[in-house]
Ligand binder design. Structure first.
Ligand SMILES: Cc1ncc(COP(=O)(O)O)c(C=O)c1O
Length: 351
């Protein structure tokens, strides 16, 4: 699907990133990995587990992604790799960093499966990349991740590293199967509205402290193949709902939207916007939920506030963490409910 020469499936995007780091670490003495200051905090786990250190770059309030103009200030003699993350499905600018010598470029397309420029999908623009099939991702097989690259040297090293991974136990495989059943029920609106409180108990609420690494299962591979047949429909639907929200929100004063590059097709994982007056965020969020859509705030703190780096200053990441709202754009969110929530947002923000 991605048109790459080599692809390796594992149990999660986190494991995929960890394996990539373990492989790159052996090819260089450098020890730092750069990533944006507002992103999935779980990305620090594989960095630490691989024995590496992280450096942050502020995000841009224009793109909602890493501010690549600021990369040069952070890259040092000790930079092993830069992690380009396409947050929310929106492509991060990668071109300008192409000529940085001696630094590996890794691409995190966990939240952007389907986003593409022409025929080239995110995940395939840098030296090596990965996607995630975790729940909530554009294509989900309960969990899973794939490492992709066109580079034979990296592919060989990943293959060798993968030989150390164990297969999930029979118990773990049964658990995956049951989770798949549970998940397929939980996302159906009728089920969710009746069993809302039970389903909410299964949502991720705390920070992960570690992760297991093992192979992907055949059962999940089969689910993935079924999804692949429907992928274009899924992508189009997410793209259309994102565009509907963009057009509905762009003229509302007090709302800030990301600038979307027009030569890309953007498959939103969730649609992001900022409520400029941070005091209004909770009210806007409540209004959306009352309109029937489960919007969220994602990570309520930037990385440097979660992992105690108090002397560092990333103002845009903090600004975003205080104001961000994400609207789901998956299959079960109807267009009607999106129009309803747009009205609710406008009414609430004008108060
Ligand atoms: C941007 C990003 N990268 C990586 C990951 C990790 O993927 P996984 O959940 O499959 O381990 C996530 C998970 O939410 C993510 O949002």
């Amino acid at each position: 699907m991605l048109g790459v020469n080599y692809a390796f499936a594992v149990n999660s995007g986190t494991t995929a990133f960890y394996i990539i780091l373990s492989v790159l670490k052996k090819l260089s003495d450098k020890r730092e990995v750069i990533l944006p200051a507002y992103t999935a905090p779980s990305l620090l786990l594989p960095i630490k587990k691989a024995g590496l250190e992280y450096r942050l770059v502020d995000v841009s309030l224009d793109t909602f992604n890493m501010d690549t103009e600021k990369l040069a200030e952070v890259i040092s003699d000790n930079t092993l790799a830069v992690l380009f993350i396409h947050m929310f499905g929106i492509p991060v600018e990668m071109e300008k960093s192409k000529n940085i010598k001696g630094v590996f470029r890794i691409e995190d397309a966990a939240s952007s499966f389907g986003t593409r420029r022409g025929k080239q999908f995110t995940g395939t623009f840098c030296d090596i990349g990965f996607v995630s099939f975790n729940r909530g991702k554009n294509l989900s097989t309960v969990s899973g991740g794939v490492i992709v690259t066109d580079n034979l040297q990296f592919a060989d090293a990943v293959k060798r590293r993968m030989a150390d991974l164990s297969r999930p136990s029979p118990f773990a495989r049964v658990k995956i199967f049951l989770k798949a059943l549970g998940l397929s029920l939980a996302v159906r609106p009728w089920f969710y509205s009746i069993f809302r409180h039970i389903v909410s108990g299964f949502k991720y609420t705390s920070l992960h402290e570690d992760f297991d690494s093992y192979h992907y299962t055949k059962f999940q591979g089969s689910l993935g193949c079924l999804l692949q047949e429907r992928s274009e429909t899924i992508f189009l639907d997410r793209e259309a709902k994102g565009n509907l929200l963009y057009n509905g929100l762009k003229n509302i004063k007090g709302i800030r939207l990301p600038c979307l590059p027009d030569d890309w097709r953007i498959v939103f994982n969730q649609f992001p916007f900022l409520v400029e007056d941070a005091k209004k965020r909770m009210k806007v969020l409540d209004a959306i939920i009352k309109a029937g859509v489960e919007a969220t705030m994602l990570y309520d703190k930037p990385i440097h506030k979660i992992y105690d780096e108090p002397h560092k200053d990333y103002p845009n990441a903090e600004y975003m963490a205080d104001r961000l709202i994400l609207i789901p754009v998956h299959h079960y969110v109807t267009e009607r409910s999106l129009y309803k929530l747009l009205e609710a947002i406008e009414t609430e923000i004008k108060k």
